[in-house]
Design a protein around this ligand. Structure first.
Ligand code: FRU
Length: 526
C-alpha cells in the first residue's frame, strides 16, 4: 500500500464510524462454518480468513512439524484498518487451522508486515537451548504520529514465543530499529546467514532496501542499501526477502532478492519484482539492474518465503496475497476479503544466459486431487477455430488443468483456453504468436462493477518453443497459471456470477495440436 498517498486519519475515523454503526463484532459460529465456507466466491483450496479483512502473509516460519502463516488482519471490518497479525497453522501446506490472533496493536502502533525465525541457538536469550524461541519481526506503524503529521511513523520491533507460536510476548526494548527519517520504513525480513554466522535483516525504505546484521536479533547494525538505481520505481518498495538458491543442473549458488512494489506492477497496481545476484552478508550485488517479475498476473502481492524449512526438505516456499491494492478493498465478497495464493516452491534456472526464477505449486497439492475424476486426452487433437472439450464429471470451478500444445511449423496467430459459464461470462488465456506474449483476459469475467481498475487484459512477454506446457489451478474466483513448469506465472482473480462449466481450446489464423491434457477435480480443504 502506498501510505504516503493514503488519507490515513480520515480512514481511521471512517472505520470507527463503520465499526460503531454495525454494532458488536461479529463472530463466526462453528455450526455456520460449513455454510460460510461455501458462500459465493469462497476459495475451496486456498487459505482465506473465515471473516474480515486480510492482506499480506507475515511471519512465515516452519517449526516442529508446523507451517505457521501469520497475516495482516483487521478483525473488525472487511476493509483495511488497525493491523493485527492473524494466525493459521498447517502440517501439510494445504489444510489450515485457524488460530487466535497472535499480535494486537498497542500504544506503539499498528502491527505491520514482517517475518519470523527459529532462534535455534537462543542468541536472543528469550528462550533456552532446549526450547529455542520463535522470534517475530514486525513494523510498528504509529497512527498518532501520522495524525500529528510526523515522518517517523514506522519502526521495527520484535516479539517471541516459547510455546510453538501459540502465544507471543512483545520485547520490552522495542523498537529495535528506530525510524531513520524515511516515512516508508517497514516489513523487516530476517534470515540466518550461514556464511557470516550472523543474522541479516532486510527492510524496505521508500525506494530501496536496507541491509542490517546482528548477533542477537535485538541489536542491529546498518550495513548497506540496494535499489535506488535498480528496478522499477513507479511505487513504494515493500516486503523484501533474500535467500540463496542453487542453480538447476549446477553447483552455482545465487541469491534472490524479492521486492514488492505498489503501484508499478507489470499490469498495473501491485507487483513482485526480483533480482538475482551475490550477497556477502553485508552487501547485495545484482547481476542486472533490470526488474524481473515473480508473477505477471495482477493478483499476487506481498509474497515472501517460509523460514526454517528443514534442510532435508530443502525447499524455498513462497506465498503471496492474491489481490491488488488497486481494488482489494472493494471486491464483491461479503464476509471476508481476499485469499492467499497457493504455496509455491521456487527454483532458479539459467536460460539464454539469464537467471530465471521458477515457481511451481508445492507437491502437497496432490493430496487433494480427486484422482477418480481424472480425465485425460486419448489422442492428440488438431485445433483450428474453437473446440469445446468434453469434460463430463469435472467441476471446472475447482480443478487442476494441464495441457500441452505443439505449435508445429505453421504457427497460428494465437491460441489458448477459455473457461466459460452458461451466462457467457468467461476468462481467456491466450498466447499471441505475433506479439510473443501470454494474455489473460477478464473483460467478460462477471462482476466488474466495483472498480474501473479491475477489468482488462494482463500481458506477459514469453517466447514459446515447439511445445508449450500450461498448468492451471482454478478455484472459484481465481486462476493460477504456470507455463513450462513455472518459468512464467500469472495469478488472476475474477467474480463470475455462476460457476464455469465449459472448457474451450482455440486457435486463430492457423492450427495447433493439443498433444496432452489432464483435468482433475480438487477436493475442498474444509
Ligand atoms: C503491503 C503493505 C506493507 C505493510 C502492510 C500494511 O501490502 O503495505 O508494506 O506493512 O501492507 O498492512
Amino acid at each position: 500500500m502506498n501510505l504516503n498517498h493514503f488519507n490515513f486519519p480520515a480512514l481511521v475515523l471512517l472505520l470507527l464510524a463503520v465499526a460503531c454503526s454495525s454494532g458488536p463484532k461479529k463472530t463466526v459460529e462453528k455450526e455456520d462454518a460449513i455454510k460460510l465456507y461455501t458462500e459465493k466466491y469462497r476459495p475451496q483450496f486456498h487459505f482465506s480468513p473465515d471473516s474480515a479483512w486480510m492482506n499480506d502473509p507475515n511471519g512465515m516460519v516452519y517449526y516442529d512439524g508446523e507451517y505457521h502463516l501469520f497475516y495482516q488482519y483487521y478483525p473488525d471490518s472487511t476493509v483495511w484498518g488497525p493491523m493485527h497479525w492473524g494466525h493459521a497453522i498447517s502440517t501439510d501446506l494445504v489444510h489450515w487451522q485457524n488460530m487466535p490472533i497472535a499480535l494486537y496493536p498497542d500504544s506503539l502502533g499498528y502491527i505491520f508486515s514482517g517475518s519470523a525465525v527459529v532462534d535455534w541457538n537462543n542468541s536472543s536469550g528469550f528462550g533456552s537451548g532446549e526450547n529455542p524461541p520463535l522470534v517475530a519481526f514486525y513494523t510498528y506503524h504509529d497512527p498518532v504520529i501520522v495524525e500529528a503529521g510526523g515522518v517517523d511513523v514506522e519502526s521495527q520491533a520484535i516479539a517471541y514465543s516459547l510455546d510453538k507460536g501459540r502465544s507471543w510476548t512483545k520485547y520490552k526494548g522495542n523498537p529495535v530499529i528506530p525510524n531513520d527519517g524515511n516515512r516508508d520504513f517497514r516489513d523487516p525480513n530476517v534470515i540466518w546467514n550461514e556464511d557470516i554466522q550472523k543474522w541479516n535483516l532486510l527492510l524496505s525504505a521508500n525506494d530501496h532496501v536496507q541491509i542490517y546484521t546482528s548477533d542477537d536479533l535485538k541489536n542491529w547494525k546498518y550495513e548497506s542499501d540496494f535499489g535506488i538505481d535498480a528496478g522499477t520505481h513507479d511505487g513504494v518498495w515493500e516486503c523484501p526477502d533474500l535467500f540463496p538458491l542453487q542453480v538447476e543442473g549446477s553447483d552455482e549458488i545465487k541469491w534472490v532478492l524479492i521486492v514488492n512494489i505498489n503501484p508499478g506492477g507489470p499490469n498495473g497496481g501491485s507487483g513482485t519484482q526480483y533480482f538475482t545476484g551475490d550477497f556477502d552478508g553485508h552487501q547485495f550485488t545484482a547481476d542486472s539492474k533490470e526488474t524481473k517479475w515473480v508473477d505477471w498476473g495482477r493478483d499476487n502481492y506481498a509474497g515472501v518465503t517460509w523460514s526454517d524449512v528443514p534442510k532435508e526438505d530443502g525447499r524455498r516456499i513462497f506465498l503471496g496475497w492474491m489481490s491488488n491494492w488497486d481494488y482489494a478493498s472493494v471486491v464483491p465478497t461479503e464476509r471476508w476479503r481476499s485469499a492467499m495464493t497457493l504455496p509455491r516452491t521456487l527454483s532458479l534456472t539459467k536460460k539464454n544466459n539469464q537467471y530465471v526464477l521458477k515457481s511451481a505449486t508445492v507437491k502437497e497439492m496432490e493430496l487433494i486431487f480427486d484422482k477418480s475424476s481424472e480425465i485425460s486426452l486419448d489422442e492428440a487433437l488438431i485445433i483450428s477455430g474453437v473446440k469445446e472439450l468434453d469434460i463430463q464429471g469435472l467441476t471446472l470451478n475447482q480443478s487442476h488443468l494441464s495441457a500441452e500444445f505443439e505449435t508445429g511449423e505453421t504457427l497460428p496467430e494465437s491460441f489458448g483456453i477459455t473457461l466459460e459459464n452458461e451466462l457467457g461470462e468467461n476468462v481467456t488465456l491466450s498466447y499471441s504468436v505475433t506479439a510473443h506474449q501470454f494474455q489473460f483476459d477478464r473483460t467478460k469475467s462477471g462482476d466488474m462493477s466495483f472498480s474501473d481498475k479491475f477489468s482488462g487484459i494482463a500481458f506477459a512477454p514469453y517466447k514459446i518453443g515447439w511445445t508449450v506446457k500450461l498448468e492451471m489451478f482454478v478455484d472459484a474466483a481465481s486462476v493460477e497459471l504456470f507455463v513450462d513448469g513455472g518459468e512464467l506465472v500469472m495469478t488472476e482473480i475474477f467474480f463470475n456470477s455462476q460457476a464455469f462449466s465449459k472448457l474451450q481450446v482455440f486457435a486463430n489464423g492457423g492450427h495447433v495440436s493439443l498433444t496432452k491434457a489432464k483435468f482433475v477435480n480438487i477436493n475442498s480443504i474444509f
